[in-house]
Design a protein around this ligand. Structure first.
Ligand code: HXC
Length: 511
């Protein structure tokens, strides 16, 4: 009846690049491509597509080396009962390198996911373009990149990096919304050998593109997991905050945390001196549902904190200055980090909450030559163009241009609150007095005393939220303990917000 033949093919396919290669993988403690799919999806829900596809390359005697599936497993399944499509590279077949047939398989599931409006998950473990295929492989990559771009902002795209991700393999993940790396993975455009040849630099795989580097230094990765299972745990949690596509709202989860709950500790959380740092993460955890915060890009540009939380069960994206690192100043990396996150939330209908304690932009040649003007403009642009509900709480400092940038009323925020401790001014009292009272201080008999007196006067006059509130730039000055209740109430009042901009092809964000 032909069933034997099917059985034989299935067995052959399950071995990928062969028994020996599977054994080597096991010895390294790695899951194979199919096991990864089963870890990704709810039990028994994964359904494979295209297991019979093989490559069509004849050069380098490749016609005698064919493997069913050709180095990638593709298909669909349920993640926490929600449909998603995925591909999983099989390193046992030519090091997971990409042939044109391989690319067509990936494109097929991307097209299906896009038609259906569900997430695309990529499990990456690949040596890059299949060298034997030449330009056909490059074409295959470009077909995938093009789809990544088309799907961007329509369905969530998330990349898990499980091993090497070299050459062309890096650019599809780079376009996706989030990259999750584990400690035995690495990503680079050119590997250590080429680096040595071109620059004479000796660098290890890990130091060039390991998970720590991309989470801490380059900002390429968004999450760091200890191992493969850790990647799946992060992915499952991340997806719980995100809708399946841009036309849906994020799933609401009953967190059982009282929306009216107040937290008295917030009234005493700020240090007595306005120049002393405090822990912004523990501050925000006091008013979100069940202290539960999924921080994104935790190790990079730590002067800003971004991540997902819930308020009364609804997903929100939080962007908070972090006074513990560089006093929470905005610099090149923190603006890039926050801008992309703001745009992600805006794509997928996740309301934004800005928590502001920012002394301004970081001064210096390093920043100016690096283009802080261009990078700062990204964050300004991102908050400004976002049409999701946008809320702001000014905790302490909101100085200068950074006040405008951090989701101010003037760039379209819906509700702007301030704690009584807020200081909204063009610059800090010391700097301001040095400029406007320069002569007065210099000609005084006691310049130091004079300066202290003037700084105090300035602080009383300008470093408070009441002038901004009197102009309606701040909707209300609230007691810190009421932050949760007020944010939830504000979100409820604006949840149905729909805002249309002028018709245009797209804006021109300063990238
Ligand atoms: C074909 C490849 C391959 C590739 C690995 N293999 N990469 N085959 N094309 N790109 C094969 C190896 O020949 C080997 O086959 C098997 O996969 C396992 O590879 P190993 O080197 O033995 O494994 P390991 O020591 O773990 O090293 C993994 C690796 C290394 C770091 C990924 O293989 C590597 O450096 N590969 C090349 C990476 C690279 O330069 N890629 C860029 C390609 S150019 P056998 O039969 O011996 O088991 C590119 C540009 C595209 O991607 C640009 C598009 C925008």
């Amino acid at each position: 009846m032909g069933f034997e033949e099917l059985e034989k093919y299935k067995k052959e396919h399950s071995l990928g690049g062969g028994i020996e290669k599977q054994k080597q993988r096991k010895q390294k403690g790695k899951l194979n491509a199919l096991e990864r799919m089963n870890s990704l999806f709810d039990s028994t829900s994964f359904v494979e597509i295209d297991p019979f596809v093989t490559h069509e390359c004849f050069d380098f005697e490749m016609d005698s080396k064919k493997f069913l599936g050709d180095g990638v497993i593709t298909g669909y399944g349920l993640i926490n009962s929600r449909l998603a499509y995925a591909f999983s590279h099989d390193f046992t077949v030519f090091g997971g390198s990409l042939s044109l047939s391989f690319a067509h398989k990936v494109c097929k599931i991307m097209d299906l996911a896009l038609k259906q409006g569900v997430p695309i998950i990529g499990i990456n473990d690949s040596g890059g373009a299949r060298i034997q295929e030449g330009v056909a492989s490059l074409a295959g990559y470009a077909d995938i990149f093009h789809r990544n771009v088309k799907a961007s902002g329509v369905v969530p795209q998330i990349s898990l990096i499980m091993g090497p991700c070299a050459g062309g393999a890096v650019y599809s993940p780079a376009i996706t919304d989030f990259i999750i790396m584990n400690r035995s993975s690495f990503m680079f455009v050119t590997g250590p050998e080429v680096v040595k040849e071109v620059t004479n630099e000796n660098v290890s795989f890990d130091d060039l593109g390991g998970a720590q580097i991309h989470n801490e230094k380059s900002g390429v990765a968004h999450f760091l997991a200890e191992d493969e299972q850790g990647c799946f745990i992060i992915l499952h949690k991340l997806l719980s905050y995100i809708p399946s596509n841009n036309l849906e709202n994020p799933p609401r989860i009953d967190t059982k945390d009282n929306p009216l709950r107040e937290n008295e500790e917030l009234n005493y959380i700020l240090p007595s001196s306005p120049t002393k740092p405090y822990n912004m993460e523990s501050l925000l955890k006091k008013f979100i549902d069940n202290d539960d915060f999924l921080e994104v890009q935790k190790y990079w540009a730590r002067n800003i904190i971004i991540g997902f939380a819930r308020l009364d069960g609804n997903s929100v994206g939080i962007v908070a200055n972090n006074p513990e690192v560089l006093a929470g100043v905005l610099d090149i990396d923190s603006c890039d980090k926050a801008a992309r996150f703001v745009r992600f939330c805006d794509c997928f209908n996740i309301p934004l909450i800005a928590l502001v304690d920012v002394p301004g932009f970081l001064p210096g040649t390093n920043q100016e030559w690096g283009g802080i003007i261009r990078h700062g403009a990204k964050l300004l642009y991102a908050f400004s163009e976002a049409t999701v509900p946008k809320l702001t709480v000014i905790i302490r400092k909101a100085y200068g241009g950074a006040y405008d940038v951090m989701n101010s009323k003037h760039i379209g925020a819906d509700y702007n609150f301030a704690w009584p401790t807020a200081e909204i001014a063009v610059m800090g009292p010391e700097g301001a007095c040095n400029v406007i009272f320069k002569t007065e201080i210099a000609t005084s008999i006691e310049p130091n005393e004079k300066k202290i007196e003037l700084v105090e006067q300035y602080r009383k006059k300008f470093s408070n939220p009441y002038i901004a509130a009197s102009k309606g730039y701040i909707d209300d000055v609230i007691e810190p303990k009421e932050t949760r209740r007020r944010l939830i109430s504000a979100l409820k009042s604006i949840y149905r917000k729909r805002e249309e901009g002028p018709k245009r092809k797209h804006g021109n964000i300063p990238v």
